[in-house]
Design a protein around this ligand. Structure first.
Ligand SMILES: Nc1ncnc2c1ncn2[C@@H]1O[C@H](COP(=O)(O)OP(=O)(O)OP(=O)(O)O)[C@@H](O)[C@H]1O
Length: 594
């Protein structure tokens, strides 16, 4: 009773799974001509195989001729078989590339909060592993599925032609097998999803460990990380043991059911032969067809399992593909004049990763174009948060941020980031040359160009030219992953050059010179904000802990526990006997003196 193997019944997809698979097949639409060609080639190869077995059917009379035919059809079969493999490999690659590009594009569209709450290892696992499962399933299983279906229908028709009674007898066990198959099919899908999730967790651990290898090494915690990694894989192994037991159980059940049905059918068939309602040879033929049908259903079962695995992988990928960024869309404003006036009106911020905590409470201030201002305050008070908002990494939870009188989200994304440049607390460089890092995302236009003179000018402003020319390969020196081949201060200077080559109207410096020695720090500050080129009006906003560096600012904002508590010049703030600023300055002076 092979014909009712569990797998046939599994083909009752849940509506959701069916939707997911339908969508997956829609994605492969551009490959259908290739898949169709592959299917034809596959059928051609199958026909050749069939012909090779009948090449000698005319016995020995034309032996030489038959031998030649045998060689030709086998050669053709082999050629077509190889051709088919090549065609489907191309389909897998094409679909895989399309899926990965779409998914990566979707990641890049997401707001920064999304990356705060989604681990990069999981995102990468979806990007590399799940898309591979999806593409190989579609390309490899489509032809097999069509072939198996054609064979299934053909065999079934032959069985009915031989004996309708025997065929009906064959169907008696079907409902039971259907139910068992459905239950085990669903369990299989759930476990597959679990295994995929665990393998994503393992990727996450491996990626984090490799990225933070210096910290891991300095704490001597290689074994700890290895254990975390191995534990997750162990969990995945346990899940796959359940999967294996399930597959074995399915097989036993099917074999048993098959045996039972074969006995029933043979018993009933013998009765029919005895009553002359079925010829003896027909019963034999029927048994052979029944066994063939069982083999076909076994193939269909494997295809089904692959489709279920692909449905699980596709679901996670589609969830990411469909995700709409939880941030206001960017506007289209690209005014000719951009003065660099900044205004915060009652701005509050709650980070998506910490929805129960308010990072900024109702911040209000105004910075005139060309001013140099600073945020100061204790660690964790909210200085970087204000800067993050000006980069539109996050949208305010309430209140408005105006740039030149227009809401920040009204501006075109690329335009805004050409006008506002930031140097962050932990400057990240790309594993490219110093020149490529400085000119990152610069497209030659009337305002910017990346010729050597401009690069050198930016590097000089950032006080980086000296150390770069001391390197053997100068501006062509590779920076290493995340800039790991350079010192902290060198990284900071390259990232300052990267910011100022864009000639930003607003420059945001978040502890951007903290790794530099006081002499270098002073040189950069003089160049960037205290002796600003009067030709280029630039608003500069600094977040700094070393208060001596910001005394000359036009305005200082004191942030404390997410509130703007004081604002004014250094002199004004120092007049406030009970002020936080005065206290911070006093403490730093004491530290320096002692
Ligand atoms: N991405 C984030 N997700 C959740 N909370 C965050 C995030 N970034 C910062 N915070 C929290 O917001 C608060 C303000 O942080 P912020 O980085 O603005 O402080 P800061 O004044 O710049 O500190 P520091 O001087 O140490 O750089 C802190 O409590 C911090 O833990």
């Amino acid at each position: 009773m092979n014909c009712f193997k569990k797998q046939e019944n599994d083909l009752q997809f849940k509506p959701k799974q069916r939707r997911v698979l339908k969508r997956l097949f829609r994605y492969s639409r551009p490959d259908w001509p290739l898949i169709t060609l592959g299917t034809i080639v596959l059928l051609g190869a199958a026909i050749c195989k069939l012909l090779s077995s009948v090449a000698f059917k005319d016995t020995w009379k034309q032996f030489k001729h038959n031998l030649i035919m045998f060689v030709i059809v086998n050669f053709a079969g082999g050629f077509l078989g190889g051709f088919r493999i090549g065609i489907f490999a191309i389909c897998v690659s094409r679909l895989n590339i399309r899926l990965r590009i779409k998914l990566f594009q979707s990641y890049l569209r997401q707001e920064i909060g999304f990356f705060d709450t989604h681990e990069s290892g999981k995102l990468l696992s979806r990007l590399n592993h799940d898309t591979q499962i999806m593409s190989s399933t579609v390309a490899n299983n489509t032809a097999q599925c069509i072939g198996a279906f054609v064979k299934f229908v053909g065999t079934f028709i032959m069985m009915i032609k031989l004996s309708l009674h025997l065929t009906i007898a064959c169907l008696i066990g079907a409902p039971l097998i259907l139910i068992v198959a459905k239950i085990s099919g669903n369990a299989h899908r759930r476990i597959s999803e679990k295994v995929q999730d665990l393998s994503a967790d393992a990727s996450e651990i491996a990626e984090e460990t490799i990225q933070t290898i210096r910290t891991v090494r300095s704490f001597g915690n290689e074994d700890g990380e290895l254990k975390r990694f191995a534990d997750i894989l162990q969990q995945a192994y346990k899940a796959s043991l359940i999967q294996a037991a399930l597959s074995a159980g399915q097989k036993w059940f099917v074999e048993l059911a098959q045996l039972g049905m074969s006995v029933v059918m043979l018993y009933y068939g013998a009765e029919l032969v005895r009553d002359n309602r079925v010829a003896g040879p027909d019963l034999l033929a029927f048994v052979i067809y029944q066994l063939t049908l069982g083999a076909i259903l076994s193939d269909i079962s494997q295809i089904y399992t692959a489709l279920m695995t692909a449905a699980g992988a596709s679901q996670s990928v589609f969830d990411y593909l469909d995700r709409k960024p939880m941030q206001r869309p960017n506007g289209t404003l690209q005014p000719n004049e951009f003065r660099g006036e900044i205004e915060f009106n009652n701005v509050a911020l709650v980070y998506p990763a910490r929805p129960d905590e308010i990072a900024l409470h109702s911040i209000t201030f105004k910075i005139e174009p060309g001013q140099t201002c600073a945020f100061v305050g204790p660690s964790g008070s909210g200085k970087s948060s204000c800067i993050n908002l000006l980069e539109r990494f996050y949208d305010p939870s309430s209140g408005t941020i105006l740039i030149d009188g227009r809401e920040i989200h009204d501006y075109d994304h690329k335009y805004l980031h050409r006008k506002i440049a930031m140097v962050g607390q932990e400057p990240i460089l790309f594993n490219r040359s110093i020149k490529e890092n400085i000119t990152y995302a610069i497209n030659d236009d009337e305002n910017n160009n990346k010729d050597d003179a401009t690069v050198i000018y930016a590097a000089q402003e950032a006080n980086a030219h000296g150390f770069v020319t001391d390197l053997v390969n100068g501006y062509n020196t590779k920076c290493g992953q995340r800039g790991g081949h350079l010192s902290g201060g060198q990284k900071q200077r390259i990232s300052i050059a990267r910011a100022i080559i864009r000639k930003p109207t607003i420059l945001l410096l978040d502890e951007a010179t903290s790794a530099l020695d006081p002499v270098n720090e002073r040189l950069i500050q003089d160049a960037l904000f205290y002796n600003k080129d009067k030709q280029e009006q630039r608003t500069v906003l600094i977040s700094a802990h070393r208060l001596s560096t910001i005394e000359r600012c036009d305005k200082i904002f004191v942030i404390h526990k997410g509130n703007l508590t004081e604002q004014g010049t250094h002199e004004e703030l120092m007049e406030n006997d009970n002020g936080i600023y005065r206290e911070l300055v006093r403490r730093q002076k004491m530290d320096i003196d002692s």
